[in-house]
Design a protein around this ligand. Structure first.
Ligand code: COA
Length: 372
């Protein structure tokens, strides 16, 4: 009787998509026909339009998206209550989003509401936890600009807004990752957008997915100096722990988004916003690749997006308690595009499993062992 797993069960294709191509061997990411490197100079609003409409928005659509997201932020400000009492930022988003209404509305209305709400709830939660009053969104500002202002209370410099836009654009969409898959599964049951996004948020929260950047900074703090990196990393591996910000299920080369974020950091530095971690991070990356190559040469574990996410968000003065929540503020655009695509496909996602447990007497035969 055959009880072994087929190799590569996790590689099963569960959807067809026009949204993004993740080339794991070539280290390339294409979002609706655009290489990620060219999108990184765009604003978040543009990439929302690209993901939701299929083309980069031109006026008047570009203005409508900007105004729609601003209206979503203003609406969310009136509903921050459930988010404020949470223990951490992702719990705040989960509570805040779960309380949003989700009715039979035009797609834009619910997209603007959910995308606006994440920015507002994470900032309101952080200010409230810091003993400060949440601020009113400013409908005249762009999404990234207003998010920075809602957090700090002061208007953000143009270079910082540019840096945050680069980040939001770079991570908005990335294939069938765990949280996007979660959103698609929920959408495939014909459930609503709020439910899909709340479920996706739960997947994003884990340290193997969107929870990695906070621990990356903890690691840089623990290492402290470039010449301490190798020994520290070797000790982590010897203790059976993973190096955060390295490794990826799809990429076997350096994640292309790492370079995009490193370039955004260099641009910030050029405009006078220097990162306190960049030099150390580059040294730790070199040491980590060397140590992981010696540890697991066949896996080709390379830098993933979370490594330089941590350094960039820190340089933008975003507190590490908010890193995963800011990731959600970007990825929600991708989730909502996938929800729409899944709806159009109109077919329940119901993967199967291979049963490898014991069988009662009389239940024998390969057909029963196959799948279920
Ligand atoms: N550090 C040390 N070992 C790692 C590793 C890392 N960053 N990433 C993978 N490995 C090892 C695993 O321990 C495992 O070893 P084992 O076979 O002895 O148990 C092996 O490589 C395969 O692990 P698996 O989880 O199947 O690999 P994967 O390539 O599919 O995993 C991640 C992808 C992202 C889950 C994994 O690389 C990881 O945990 N990275 C750290 C967390 C992180 O940065 N997440 C953000 C992802 S964008």
């Amino acid at each position: 009787m055959e009880t072994t797993f087929r190799p590569g069960l996790e590689d099963v294709v569960v959807a067809e998509t026009e949204l993004s191509l993740v080339d794991g061997d070539g280290g390339r990411l294409v979002v609706r026909g655009h290489p990620i490197e060219t999108l990184a100079t765009r604003r978040f609003e543009d990439v929302c339009g690209l993901l939701w409409d299929g083309v980069l928005p031109a006026p008047p659509r570009a203005d409508a998206i900007r105004r729609g997201l601003a209206a979503g932020r203003c609406e969310a400000h009136r509903e921050i209550g459930p988010a404020l009492g949470a223990d951490d930022a992702m719990a705040a988003l989960r509570a805040g989003l779960a309380a949003l209404r989700s009715g039979d509305e035009p797609p834009d209305a619910i997209r603007f509401r959910l995308t606006g709400a994440i920015a507002v709830f994470l900032a309101a939660w952080y200010r409230s936890r810091s003993g400060l009053a949440p601020l009113e969104p400013d409908p005249e500002r762009g999404h990234a600009e207003d998010l920075l202002r809602l957090l700090s209370g002061a208007p953000a410099a143009a270079a910082r807004v540019r840096g945050l836009d680069s980040y939001l654009v770079t991570v908005a969409e990335h294939g069938m990752n765990a949280s996007t898959f979660t959103a698609r599964v929920v959408a495939s049951t014909r459930s609503d957008e709020v439910s899909a996004v709340v479920a996706a948020l739960g997947s994003l929260k884990g340290p193997l997915h969107g929870g990695a950047p906070g621990p990356v900074l903890d690691m840089l703090d623990a290492i402290g100096r470039p010449d301490a990196a190798k020994a520290w990393l070797e000790a982590e591996l010897a203790a059976g722990r993973r190096i955060m910000g390295l490794g990826h299920r799809v990429y076997r080369v350096r994640d292309p988004r790492a370079l995009v974020l490193e370039t955004a950091l260099a641009e910030l530095e050029r405009t006078g916003v220097a990162s306190r971690y960049l030099t150390l991070a580059r040294a730790v990356e070199r040491a980590a690749v060397e140590v992981l190559d010696a540890h697991r040469p066949e896996r080709r574990l390379r830098t993933n997006v979370e490594f330089y996410t941590a350094v960039l968000l820190d340089a933008l003065a975003i507190p590490r308690a908010l890193f995963s929540a800011v990731f959600a503020a970007a990825r929600v655009a991708g989730w909502l595009a996938h929800v729409a695509e899944e709806r159009a496909a109109n077919r329940l996602i119901r993967p199967r499993q291979r049963y490898v447990g014991p069988l009662p007497t009389g239940f024998d035969g390969p057909s029963l062992l196959a799948v279920g």
